[in-house]
Design a binder for this molecule. Structure first.
Ligand code: SAH
Ligand code: SF4
Length: 377
């Protein structure tokens, strides 16, 4: 029972079929059952020969992480806490907007990169998520959203009520868990699985240059880069990976990435920290720095968390910063904070070991739907 089929992208599943003495096309059938219909029980796979189903049931299983808790914020944002074993939990967040429904997916339990303004980073690193645990977040979101649609008798395929976009912006640095993340990305794009277009799947990275170059070749999805600073001195301080891969190297890698998809742009994320990186001169430095890159800029008001030493920039500082970039010709958006009443906003995800009990208690205080561990409601 060692093989969890949620760990397998199309290529590996095809190889597995051959090893099991089956035709490779069986992989397609299986993927449709698992990822499109959300079926985890081989018995229900009616167009697959019974003998093969029996063989699969001996050698393999389909096991997403167990759902531990679910919460809904006032603005419709939903957060799921998934059990990934040995007391660890990870969070996935669904954000409905007017024209889309975006799932924010985690890639690691904690993060080793230790950015000073990030709650996940402050908690340290526990381990990488497996492909099954990453894709399992999307699997679960689809289950829960279609369950709700069925419950209220609404079968529309309205983009804002289904997962139409995925952002790898939850807990962890996705490029530090390269193999498992790329297999999950491939499943997101696969027409026999989730069938999302390359532009609707965004990976956010703090800037691991060698892995960025690999991703460009392996699976060039839309890219968001956590810039957060106008120069190396400030970035060294708040995004420590900058000491290893400074801005020049990072931007060169971004430009190489764009060569692969010349009509694309890169979204540069910039967390607005009061008095740290939000001055007009910083905006001018950012404008100059990104001049030769096809860039959009997304300003993220800092989301506070307990014991953080930063303050969110004032509304005025954010507007001033934005206007300087707009005048320099950039497309600039200011991210709306979503789901902060359930700690689901950027950088607030921390569904990890130590404080899980407290978080579950807090979840129960808001809008609790608690699941039994291992439950498959
Ligand atoms: N590790 C990846 C992806 C996860 S974080 C990365 O760093 O890009 C997703 C985004 O949220 C990143 O841009 C990150 O810098 C930002 N973020 C982290 N902590 C935050 C906070 N407290 N407030 C606002 N944004 C934050
Ligand atoms: Fe890790 Fe991203 Fe948080 Fe930095 S911002 S600590 S890279 S999750």
């Amino acid at each position: 029972m060692a093989i969890n089929l949620l760990d397998y992208d199309a290529e590996r599943l095809g190889q597995l079929m051959v090893q099991l003495g089956e035709k490779p096309f069986r992989a397609k059938q299986l993927m449709k059952w698992i990822h499109q219909r959300g079926v985890a029980d081989f018995d229900a796979m009616s167009d697959i020969a019974k003998s093969f189903r029996q063989k699969l049931a001996i050698d393999a299983h389909i096991t997403p992480p167990a759902m531990m808790a679910e919460q809904q914020a006032k603005d419709g944002t939903r957060k799921w806490l998934l059990d990934v074993g040995t007391g660890n939990g990870v969070e996935a967040v669904f954000i409905p907007e007017d024209d889309r429904g975006t799932l924010c997916v985690s890639s690691q339990v904690g993060c080793a990169l230790d950015c000073s303004f990030c709650s996940t980073g402050r908690q340290g690193f526990n381990r990488n998520l497996s492909t099954a645990e990453i894709i399992g977040q999307l699997w679960w979101a689809n289950q829960r959203l279609s369950f709700d649609a069925a419950r209220i008798g609404d079968a529309t395929n309205d983009d804002k009520r289904i997962v139409s976009n995925v952002v790898m912006m939850g807990m962890g640095e996705p490029l530090a868990n390269y193999e498992n993340v790329v297999a999950a990305l491939r499943l997101m794009l696969d027409d026999n699985a989730y069938g999302l277009s390359r532009r609707r799947v965004t990976l956010s990275t703090s800037g691991l240059v060698p892995q960025l170059d690999r991703l460009r070749e392996d699976c060039p999805v839309a890219l968001a880069v956590s810039l957060h600073a106008p120069n190396d001195a400030i970035r060294d301080d708040i995004v420590p990976i900058n000491q290893k891969y400074p801005l020049k190297q990072l931007l060169d890698a971004c430009n190489r990435y764009l060569e692969k998809a010349p009509r694309d742009f890169i979204t540069f994320e910039y967390v607005m920290l009061d008095g740290v990186n939000d001055l007009p001169e910083h905006a001018r430095q950012v404008a100059a720095m990104l001049r030769s890159t096809s860039a959009k800029i997304n300003l993220i008001p800092f989301n506070p968390f307990p014991n953080s030493s930063f303050k969110r920039s004032s509304r005025d500082a954010i507007v001033r910063f934005r206007d300087i970039l707009l005048q320099a010709g950039y497309i600039v958006t200011v991210r709306k904070t979503r789901g902060d009443d359930i700690d689901a906003a950027c950088g607030q995800l921390a569904g990890q070991v130590q404080d899980k009990t407290r978080r579950l208690e807090r979840m129960a205080e808001t809008r609790p739907i608690l699941f039994k561990t291992g439950g498959d409601t």
